[in-house]
Every structure is written in C-alpha cells, then in structure tokens.
Design a protein around this ligand. Structure first.
Ligand code: SAH
Length: 231
C-alpha cells in the first residue's frame, strides 16, 4: 500500500478533498493510506508552542527546529522520501510525481508562518518541493495537490491506463485540445479530422496540435522537447 504521512498543525485539513472522487475511492479501498500527525503534539510547553520570532528580526514567526524534529522522529523511519512543502523547493513536475508514485509513499512536512528553521531541513534530510512560483499561507494545500497527483497514478486508480500516457507532460508536451458532442456548438464545429474516423490522421493532428500549443505557451518545455528529439 502507498502510504502518506502528513505533519501539520492543521490535521483537520486532511483528507479534505482527497476523501472524494478517485483519490477518495482509492483511500477507502486501501490503494493508499493517510496518517496525519499534529506537530503541536511534539511541543513541550503548556501552550503547545510550535513557532518563535525570527533570529535577526523581521516580520512573522518561524517554526521551531526542536519541535519539528520531535514530530518527524515520532514517525518511524522507512524508505519513503521526506518532503518539505516550500516555495524555495524544486518545482514539482510530472516526472517527480511519477517517481514518487512508483515508490512506497511520502512523509510530508507542511510549513506555516514564515517557514521552518533552516537547520532542521538538512538535519532531517527534508527535500524541499514547491508547487510553483507563488506563496501559499501553508504547506497543506500544496501537500493535498501533490498527493492528488501521485494517487491518480497508482495502479487501478484511473480507469484507463492509456489516458495517463497521453496527457499533458507525459511526453514533455502539453495535451492536444479535446472536444465532445454536440458537433456544432455556438457556431463552432469540432475539427473535421476528429470526426473522420481515420485514426492515423487523428493521431497526426493531435501530435501537431500538442506541438503547436507547447511551442506557443511553454517555450521552456518546447526547448527541452526539441533538445531531446535531436539525435
Ligand atoms: N516566507 C516564506 C513563505 C512562507 S509561506 C518565503 O518567502 O519563502 C508558509 C508555508 O507555506 C511554507 O513554509 C510552505 O510550507 C508553504 N508554501 C507556501 N508557498 C508554497 C509553494 N509555492 N509550494 C509549496 N509550499 C508552499
């Protein structure tokens, strides 16, 4: 079973949306499991303090290394990677998601306030993972997004294995445009080739559209795709 352990000061945020739809079905059928650990349980004072003022001054609060370390150490160590959701981390990609999904699960630390004491990150070998170049108020929504992306790749979670192979980023390209009935909607037809029944033509059109969209919207992905295609 793929196992997710979450360290958070808001355990009630989980499973949240992961209790619904594909991820929720997979959770109740035992494809994956989720356990949450309240970081405040590792605090040592009456007020269950997890944060303190930043050394050097400045706004906000910083999550304490000693409290977080105790919380992490209470999760029995195993082969799972330990992730820290963080805007400074390597941006999450579909290939990282696929590697995580192929493993045994993940231990995920959710930051709050201004972040966590830097010393903890190396001391507990946390791998910083970012959802993108924007700032959330906490790591929980990022952890939920990461888990959603991983769980849908677990065997048996999605109906058709094939749809995984064809979607955005699977081959380094954005996905081609999709259409469904009716064939004419608000004066806009579905591209004729898709109704032709000619599978080779459909495939070629989809490939060309995927390349066009990636070229137009994501020069970074396009450059990497071009570089890979070179002999
Ligand atoms: N002061 C920090 C931001 C802290 S935001 C900075 O400027 O880098 C509080 C917490 O939200 C972070 O510790 C992290 O766990 C989470 N978080 C915020 N943005 C995120 C992002 N883009 N990806 C993943 N986690 C994020």
């Amino acid at each position: 079973m793929w196992r997710a352990s979450i360290l958070t000061i808001f355990p009630e945020m989980f499973p949240g949306p992961l209790a619904l739809s594909l991820a929720g079905k997979a959770l109740s059928s035992g494809v994956w499991s989720l356990d949450t650990h309240d970081i405040r349980d590792a605090a040592s004072d009456r007020h269950r303090t997890v944060d303190d003022t930043p050394a050097g001054g400045g706004p906000g609060m910083v999550m304490k290394a000693d409290v977080l370390a105790r919380a992490i150490d209470a999760v029995p160590p195993d082969a799972r990677p330990r992730l820290l959701m963080s805007p400074r981390g390597a941006p999450l990609t579909q290939s990282r998601v696929a590697r995580l999904a192929a493993g045994q699960g993940a231990v995920i630390v959710c930051g709050r306030f201004e972040g966590v004491d830097e010393r903890l990150i190396a001391a507990r070998q946390l791998e910083e993972v970012s959802l993108g170049d924007f700032v959330l108020s906490g790591g929980e929504p990022a952890a939920i997004a990461l888990l959603d992306a991983c769980v849908r790749l677990l065997p048996g979670v999605m109906g058709k294995e094939a749809s995984i192979a064809e979607e955005s980023f699977a081959d380094g390209l954005l996905e081609y445009p999709q259409y469904t009935r009716p064939p004419l909607w608000e004066g806009q037809p579905i591209p004729e080739v898709l109704l032709s029944g000619d599978h080779a033509k459909v495939k070629a059109w989809r490939q060309a559209e995927a390349e066009r969209l990636t070229h137009e919207r994501r020069p970074d992905l396009w450059a990497a795709y071009q570089a890979r295609k070179k002999p």
